[in-house]
Design a protein around this ligand. Structure first.
Ligand code: ADP
Ligand code: UDP
Length: 236
């Protein structure tokens, strides 16, 4: 596999073309951003931890029947993935109230949500990733009704698989964000699943073990990511 030119530089990852038109290389950098990119810092080891964490989770999801982009790890910071035509919508599943839901509705952080909720946000930093609904996705042509239904069903399936995986590691999967894309017409899970894009709390103490440590200036950000990885058995 030959690495070619950079296609896109995101806030946390860089995307490279390869000699295969159907494959990309994702390079996980140490850049850590919050508040739609308004705050950016470098955190040692973050790229490596998230790359390996993502590989582990994507493989678990694939085994459970969720189609993912993941092909193979290429090194500490790089992975080979399917080249998807990304759908510019973020799918968020919540099991407990936190973050923007608490701000929007004024409910107490940690309130258990039953059933789990499914929300959509437009992926557009300049507009602050606005909250949207299913009819917007279809009316503006971001995804077809059929593809959106698949994205929702897969998001709920991911929740089922990962809630159990994290529970077994003594962690609550509070909420998470997924991005999907099309690969030869099929909906496939893309981007990444790591503590940057989900909330994880210790089951007993409710200690935050995810990117909220960075957003809220709690310190020991990567130490917490590494502890989550160790509890799950992710080889780092
Ligand atoms: P952002 O764009 O939010 O700053 P990143 O730094 O994570 O985020 O950049 C990665 C970019 O690559 C994102 O725009 C994401 O949608 C895109 N992407 C992720 N996985 C794939 C894939 N398999 N195929 C094509 N694009 C992808
Ligand atoms: N999230 C993300 N990228 C975004 C927005 C949210 O990965 O651009 C994740 C976030 O880490 C959390 C979940 O999606 O796990 C729900 O985020 P929320 O809507 O509560 O927004 P936040 O408070 O993170 O801005």
């Amino acid at each position: 596999m030959e690495k070619r030119e950079e296609l896109y530089r995101g806030k946390a990852k860089s995307v490279y073309k390869t000699d295969d038109a159907d494959r990309l290389i994702l390079l996980f950098r140490n850049d850590t951003s919050a508040f739609d990119g308004k705050r950016i810092e470098q955190l040692d080891r973050k790229g490596m931890v998230n790359n390996k964490f993502n590989a582990f989770i994507m493989q678990k999801l694939e085994e459970a029947g969720v189609p993912t982009q993941f092909d193979r790890l290429l090194g500490d910071n790089e992975a080979l993935v399917k080249k998807l035509e990304m759908i510019p919508v973020e799918c968020v599943v919540r099991n407990y109230a936190a973050g923007s839901l608490v701000k929007r509705l004024g409910v107490e952080e940690g309130l258990q949500l039953s059933p789990s909720t499914f929300e959509l946000f437009l992926k557009d930093d300049a507009k602050g990733d606005p909250f949207i609904n299913e009819s917007h996705v279809i009316a503006f042509g971001w995804a077809s009704a059929e593809n959106l239904a698949t994205m929702k069903a897969l998001s709920l399936k991911v929740n089922e698989v990962l809630s159990k995986l994290f529970d077994d590691a003594g962690l609550l999967l509070v909420d998470f964000k997924l991005e999907f894309g099309l690969f030869h017409g099929q909906i496939v899970l893309g981007d990444e699943f790591s503590p940057d894009g989900c909330r994880l709390w210790d089951k007993e103490t409710r200690k935050k073990m995810d990117k909220d440590r960075f957003r809220q200036g709690l310190g020991d950000v990567i130490e917490a990511y590494e502890e989550v990885a160790a509890r799950l058995g992710v080889p780092l």
